[in-house]
Design a protein around this ligand. Sequence first.
Ligand SMILES: *[C@@H]1O[C@H](CO)[C@@H](O)[C@H](O)[C@H]1NC(C)=O
Ligand SMILES: *[C@@H]1O[C@H](CO)[C@@H](O)[C@H](O)[C@H]1NC(C)=O
Ligand SMILES: *[C@@H]1O[C@H](CO)[C@@H](O)[C@H](O)[C@H]1NC(C)=O
Length: 408
Amino acid sequence: MQTKAEQRQRLLGIASDLPLPLHKLQLVVTPAAAPLLPALAVVALLLLLATARHPASSFLDAYRSGVAIVSPSPPTAAGTPRGAAARVPRGCDIFRPGEWVPDDDAPYYTNRTCPLIQEHQNCMKYGRPDTGFMRWRWRPAGCELPRFDAAAFLDAVRDTSMAFVGDSIARNHMQSLMCLLSKVAYPKDISKTTNPEFRTMHYESHNFTVAIFWSPFLVRGYQPDPRRHMWAIHLDEPDAAWAPAGIAGFDRVVLSAANWFTRPAVFYEAGRVVGCHYCLLPGVPDLTHRHSLRMAFRAALRGGDCRRTRPSAANEARVAGLDLDFHTAQVEEFARAKAAAEAASGPRLVLMDTTAAMVLRPDGHPSRYGHWAHENVTLYNDCVHWCLPGPIDAWNEMLLQMLLPDSP
Ligand SMILES: *[C@@H]1O[C@H](CO)[C@@H](O)[C@H](O)[C@H]1NC(C)=O
Ligand SMILES: *[C@@H]1O[C@H](CO)[C@@H](O)[C@H](O)[C@H]1NC(C)=O
Ligand SMILES: *[C@@H]1O[C@H](CO)[C@@H](O)[C@H](O)[C@H]1NC(C)=O
């Protein structure tokens, strides 16, 4: 019988054994240990910046291995009339705790209509027998969250660009968005590299660019010795994979990270060791992963040019333990960045806090349906990512609401 701590260490060991690319990241959790990660505490931020653009290559191949494109010709979007998107009433906080209610119209898409579902989130393909988990929609307390409206979303982002920065959940979110938008338009891959972790997609019909940047710690992090499980995290250095050059020119940036901070790591500041998380090195203080996550968000948000327009009022009653610690650190660092940005009259900074909704959706993970039952995969039960279609689609309902002009 293992203790939770032993299980966690085992998880960490296996998780950090994984070779890149990490879109295969799954945690091996015994059924008993699954509640360790019921849902992610996620903070996403929209920063407004300037602009830039790039050339071309092919991205869908990287993610669609085994996924047939059933309707190869994209729906025509050029002539889409500008419809008014349904709005949440003023005063409705869509991130407030609420409940998931049955939705007969769900899902928005299937693995047949969306060719962009990554293998490990294609739960139906791998024989998940129940479909009920797709048929719910999020209802914040006291109001309705309007259904996702692909045409309205594209109208709201016309002639702009949006970068998703973070870990595999950031990518999960972006792929959900592309599936939701596939009702109206398919993007063209205009990436500069062949690296599947860095893709840039362009919706010609609306001149909307969406990109993904792999940066699981947001700050610089690497394994000095890949044979060991230890990471080196430079808490004061925003990861050059995205900042500042990568996202320069993007109108909006969505930052999303948390899970990788649970890995054993040595922390650096100004290039010197300042502490660690579970490194067991003599003389190096264990500052915990709470410290690294907080400092990483501080570094990622630093600069004084960010500002949010609404507070997070999420009632965190049902979020507990590590999730709560991470969430608190993210929200506090956001508030700090917001105050600094407001003082400097910087661009708009908005908090997108999906935690209250997602903590209620342990049913939406691939679990053992992220691969064939007989497959020998290192990581068997995925309780981190979200099936597509699935509850992460609600993030884009929320994102749409945040993008509409004069969002509350
Ligand atoms: C989609 O899911 C079905 C099960 O609902 C499965 O049989 C099929 O192989 C999947 N198709 C693709 C293209 O993933
Ligand atoms: C297309 O969008 C970019 C922002 O992503 C913008 O800078 C550019 O002006 C737009 N092009 C046109 C023709 O409007
Ligand atoms: C599963 O794969 C691992 C690594 O690829 C290999 O070492 C192991 O022997 C395999 N196990 C089985 C039962 O095939």
